[in-house]
Design a protein around this ligand. Structure first.
Ligand code: ZN
Length: 444
């Protein structure tokens, strides 16, 4: 097995690991690197024009034949995507459509739903709308049960993370066995899945473990259960509107807020995009959300996109706008990010209203919150801010325990800003720890 690191080393996000074995070539994740893009670009006026610019700047690896702009062909059996966060999958849009994407069914549905409800450059779509529905330009292959690519077997095992459908990946070529955690945590509502992955991996006699380390410098001890208790205390003490900021794909957090709403005799209003995602995932994920507590917030705007019409049809009477919220502020928890703030002028939050910011990872997973701008709006509205959050990533002691329990021969810390610290943290364990470098190759 040859493993080459083209991103996600010494940085959080942009994971791209090329695995070559017995004539097969696969990428484990092919994510967008916000860190690298930020060095050169400033949205919205200075943004890359296609993959040619990204390759030139070293943001995407130069590999001949991989990208749409290149005429040459190259052999690649596909990309195995761990989960639907953009820093793990979004750069697949620049790859030629002929390369299949291996992922869980839920991951596929999230990727498609988000693209359907977002704006993509027409030349770089993963799926697109047609008269009859939608067309998927990439071939998605589910690999919950082992998938075979020639002599190489790939298995994805579900793990807990802050997006549904997240998986760890195991690759077995007969001689060498490798596992890649993707992003993983143990303290979320589905922590049991992560423990099950660890037990399975422990029995596999692994040669290599690629392990994430997002929280090596951010070891926070809050759990999803604590988020519920703390948020409830805030909501119970508030007689006005409660606005919420959290990641649109974090459906565990959404479920927590629905529960808080139920306990405080309020309802949760979510964004159109979140409502659409819920509709699309209804068949693949058991969301366990009380539908009577769930409303959709409709921004005041002239055009209605097709996905929005579908949401409006599906939610019927459970659609609210700024005027409805204005009248019934003590009846709602309102999902409301910085990008919704123009609506606050019509909502006019009552004195005593509050904002709960329920995310704390501005540096990764596409959640670059402009904290200062948010605060300026809240100053204007007279709304204090509470930060209540539990991370999507394992704490350092859990990551170390995972290595101890799995017992691989070699460990490679990825998706972390401090791989050297990580290596020293694991130095007494019976495994070799390799600090990966850009374009470094490991052979086993
Ligand atoms: Zn993630």
């Amino acid at each position: 097995v040859r493993l080459t690191f083209y991103g996600g080393v010494g940085e959080i996000g942009g994971n791209k690991f090329l695995l070559e074995s017995r004539g097969s070539r696969l990428f484990l994740d092919f994510g967008r690197s916000y860190e690298r893009e930020k060095r050169f670009y400033e949205e919205p006026f200075l943004r890359p024009r296609g993959e040619r610019h990204l390759i030139e700047l070293g943001i995407l690896p130069l590999i001949k034949g991989l990208y749409k702009c290149q005429e040459e062909s190259c052999h690649l059996d596909g990309v195995v995507v761990s989960h639907a966060h953009r820093d793990h999958m979004d750069a697949i849009r620049y790859l030629k459509d002929e390369f299949p994407v291996y992922c869980s069914e839920t991951t596929r549905e999230i990727i498609k739903a988000r693209e359907y409800s977002g704006i993509s450059d027409p030349g770089y779509c993963i799926s697109r709308l047609t008269k009859d529905g939608e067309e998927c330009l990439k071939t998605f292959v589910e690999c919950g049960d082992p998938s075979h690519i020639d002599a190489v077997e790939i298995t994805q095992l579900a793990v807990d993370h802050s997006v549904p459908g997240a998986s760890a990946t195991v690759v077995d070529d007969g001689d060498c066995r490798l596992a890649y955690t993707g992003d993983i945590r143990f303290h979320g509502p589905s922590g049991e899945l992560s423990s099950r992955f660890v037990s399975k991996a422990a029995g596999m006699d692994l040669d290599i473990l690629l392990i994430e380390g997002t929280n090596m410098r951010e070891g926070r001890m809050s759990s999803e259960g604590e988020v519920l208790l703390k948020a409830r205390e805030v909501v119970e003490s508030c007689g006005g509107l409660v606005m919420l900021g959290y990641h649109a794909l974090d459906l565990d957090r959404m479920r927590t807020f629905v529960q808080v709403a139920g306990q405080c005799d309020r309802c949760l209003a979510v964004s159109m995009k979140q409502a659409f995602l819920l509709m699309r995932l209804g068949e693949t994920v058991d969301l366990d959300i009380d539908p009577s507590r769930l409303f959709v917030f409709r921004r005041d705007k002239k055009t209605t996109y097709r996905y929005e019409s579908e949401v409006l049809d599906a939610f019927g009477g459970r659609v609210v706008g700024s005027a409805d919220i204005n009248e019934r502020q003590d009846r709602f928890l309102l999902t409301f990010t910085l990008f919704d703030m123009n609506e606050s002028i019509d909502i006019v939050p009552w004195p005593g209203s509050v904002y709960i910011l329920s995310s704390s990872e501005p540096f990764n997973e596409e959640m670059e919150i402009s904290y200062e701008r948010l605060c300026n709006w809240l100053d204007h509205l007279g709304m204090p801010l509470y930060q209540i959050h539990a991370s999507g990533h394992g704490r350092p002691f859990e990551l170390r325990r995972m290595v101890e329990e799995i017992g691989p021969r070699t460990v490679v810390p990825v998706h972390t800003t401090c791989p050297e610290l990580y290596a020293r943290y694991l130095a007494d364990l019976e495994c070799e720890v390799i600090v990966p470098g850009e374009k470094m190759t490991i052979e086993r």
